[in-house]
Write a protein of this length. Sequence first.
Length: 115
Amino acid sequence: VQLVESGGGLVQPGGSLRLSCAASGFTFSNYIMSWYRQAPGKAREAREFIASITSSATYTGSVKDRFTISRDNAKNTVYLQMNSLNPEDTAVYYCNAGFGPTKYWGQGTQVTVSS
């Protein structure tokens, strides 16, 4: 099983980034795909849920109307379009795949919002 995130980087406040997570080794379409983030200095247990998608999407309040999660089951890929970024969005962003008790995590991609 592999989840490989990409698309992170340094962006100025108000800017945009699109993260991708390419999955392999499991039946992608069966899994709830989610994005989490871990802010600097925070423990792994404090990872914050951002968004998830099955046939519909769910968002945490702080990113709703700014972030959009989508998935392409044909490409086994989930995306996170992030607009109107602010410094509080600085974190390592992780892709997660869930099916019942089974959870997989990617290695994370760093997003830094700074002028």
